[in-house]
Write a new protein. Structure first.
Length: 357
DNA sequence: GGTTAGTAGCTTCTCTTTGG
DNA sequence: CCAAAGAGAAGCTACTAACC
């Protein structure tokens, strides 16, 4: 091996390799490689004739066997192919690395978001638990002195719970034990998603459970509950001349998290009652946010002001339930199912708002 | 169909370089 | 100094195309 290395050093210094036969392994000199590279750059696949011409025409290659020349070109093509593949893979690798970096960043961002939401959730649970305990104690000690409207603060989970409990108790006291078919409200579109649909469960045995579940669901999923809340105020109203009325309605939605007013719009609403008792409501939305009279700040939207009798709960196809909240819509008590008359006879009547839990 | 030359792909062997 | 890795020359096998 030492001898071969010495031979290589000799040939590297410029002398012609005269000892091909004395060692199996040889290294071609820089000059030889340069000559071969020149030919390769012009023709990577020289014919047998071209290779023979190369040996004859280039003295520094004359001591190399034709077979060796052939092998050199063969290996040279193989090396180039490997280098190109290596470059290609390197490029692909760079692209994937960049993509991976982006995905890692996105993952990191989402992880932080999850952590924040978990933290918020824990905080709200804690608030809810502590507020419930406070409410329970307070209701025993100071129910006579604390006004109900203070306890029923919708911004307070305890107040929300109180509203839900009252709603449930009131609803069950009126609905339990009565079996009626699902009834569609006159003048309203059918279907579980239609605002204003008025119905009550036929299978009363499960009403309590479903109602309890729904209220729990509302309390649990407070943000989505609030997201669907909106304040509706009749800004002005005048008679339409045929017994109906035209109202200018101001609607304001609320940001689920902050409960700050998020979006407002104006609507013209025409309402009339036909002779057969059907209620006709036509609405026309005015152009977007800020249209209509100079925008006025809506009064704070307090669901606590809605009386318990204003809630109606029913299960929804495919799971969940629908809750209807009472609004001011007076109908003749005789035109509604008997089970619901107590609700209708209340000054606070029927469904303008719903949410699905 | 058999022979020959050439090629691709893979492996082996040897030398050189590099890092501890 | 030495082991490991890299680079290059050569060997081997399978396959294809041209030729007789």
């Amino acid at each position: 091996m030492a001898m071969v290395a010495q031979l290589h050093r000799e040939s590297s210094s410029g002398s012609i390799n005269k000892h091909l036969d004395s060692g199996k392994y040889v290294r071609y000199t820089a000059e030889q490689v340069e000559a071969l590279e020149r030919v390769y750059s012009e023709c990577p696949k020289p014919s047998s004739l071209r290779r023979q011409q190369l040996i004859r025409g280039c003295p520094i290659l004359s001591n190399i066997e034709p077979k060796q020349i052939k092998v050199w070109f063969q290996n040279r093509r193989c090396r180039e192919k490997q280098r190109k593949e290596s470059v290609r893979l390197h490029s692909v690798n760079k692209k994937f690395s960049a993509m991976n970096k982006l995905l890692m960043e996105e993952n990191d961002r989402l992880q932080k978001q999850v952590s924040q939401l978990v933290c918020e959730n824990g905080y709200m649970r804690h608030q809810l638990q502590s507020a419930s305990a406070t409410t329970t104690d307070a209701s025993c000690e100071s129910a006579a002195t604390t006004p109900r409207h203070v306890l029923k603060d919708t911004n307070n989970p305890a107040g929300l719970l109180l509203i839900a409990e009252e709603t449930l108790a009131d609803f069950l006291s009126k609905a339990t034990g009565t079996a009626v078919d699902w009834v569609q409200m006159p003048g309203m579109k059918p279907g579980p998603d239609s605002v204003g649909i008025f119905a009550i469960s036929k299978s009363c045995g499960g009403v309590a459970a479903r109602a309890c579940g729904l209220i729990a669901e509302i309390l649990k999923d407070r943000s989505s509950w609030f997201r669907d809340c909106r304040s509706v105020e009749v800004f002005t109203m005048f008679p339409a001349g045929n017994g109906g009325t035209i109202e200018l309605v101001y609607t304001q939605t609320y940001a689920p998290t902050t409960l700050a007013p998020a979006r407002d719009f104006w609507t013209l609403r025409y309402t009339t009652t036909l002779e057969n008792g059907s209620l006709v409501i036509c609405e026309r939305s005015l152009s977007g946010t800020g249209a209509g009279p100079s925008t006025v700040a809506a009064p704070q939207f307090l669901r606590a002001e809605m009386l318990p009798s204003g809630y109606l709960i029913r299960p929804c196809e495919g799971g969940g339930s629908i809750i209807h909240i009472v609004d001011h819509l007076n109908l003749k008590a005789s035109s509604v199912p008997e089970v619901l008359r107590p609700l209708y006879e209340s000054p606070n009547i029927l469904a303008q708002k719903m949410t699905i839990a």
